[in-house]
Ligand binder design. Structure first.
Ligand code: 5RP
Length: 223
């Protein structure tokens, strides 16, 4: 199976976690796009979605799925999103699509995070994938120096030769050279550096379940 087929497989499998009559939290990315397409087949049995990015909102809306503002709804039963890396405890790196801040907000609003990923995303230790960090531009160089002191190399993510601007009007640093053995501590520490909006380590908002797409089918990992 191709990676794209594995993404479609887990996107479809995630439908079993959607609670009829409720609002579902929806992440961002190519795997989530497969989930959104599958969700459209049951749109009449859900109330709608809370979305984690403008891109997902556009896709949901185009398919006729109502999108609610996160401030207008209470706790969600489930949040479904992909990951760039996931370890054996359900800790993840996210933000390859630059939507990490809103993803963390919707994840925090949800009782259960269901991660959908193909098996290439499974790792022993987080950090091979560059850790995305959303920063307020004024703080960029200071945060770059703080990562250097930790042994990491942080680079501003570019789009068309210019710093990429997130849905929140901020920039993204991608940090290489870190092996994140203590994700909870790492997330807590980096999150309190002035100018950091969100670090793309999801340890406090980890996955409860991962639907992993493998050549043998969907493996369900419970954490
Ligand atoms: C976006 C994310 C995505 O979930 C992550 O990048 C995985 O994306 P894909 O499903 O395209 O591999 O965190 O900010």
């Amino acid at each position: 199976m191709t990676q794209d087929e594995l993404k479609a497989l887990v996107g479809q499998a995630a439908l079993q976690y959607v609670v009829p009559g409720e609002i579902v939290g929806v992440g961002t990315g190519s795997t989530v796009n497969k989930f959104i397409d599958a969700l459209a087949t049951m749109k009449d049995s859900i109330k709608g979605a809370v979305s984690s990015s403008n891109a997902s909102t556009e896709r949901l809306t185009a398919l006729g799925i109502p999108v609610f503002d996160s401030n207008d709804v209470g706790e969600l039963s489930v949040y479904i999103d992909g990951a760039d890396e996931i370890d054996g405890k359900g800790f993840m790196i996210k933000g390859g699509g630059a939507a990490l801040t809103r993803e963390k907000i919707v994840a925090a609003q949800s009782r259960r995070f269901v991660c959908i990923a193909d098996e290439s995303k499974q790792v022993e230790v987080l950090g091979r994938f560059p850790v995305p960090v959303e920063v307020i531009p004024m703080a960029t160089q200071r945060v770059v120096r703080q990562f250097a002191a930790m042994g990491g190399t942080a680079r501003v993510r570019l789009k068309d030769g210019q710093p990429l601007v997130t849905d929140n009007g901020q920039h993204i640093l991608d940090v290489t050279g870190l092996a994140i053995g203590q994700p909870l501590q790492f997330e807590s520490e980096v999150n309190q550096w002035p100018g950091v909006v969100t670090v793309g380590v999801f340890a406090h908002q980890k996955a409860a379940v991962c639907l992993l797409g493998t050549a043998a089918g969907v493996r369900t990992l419970n954490f």
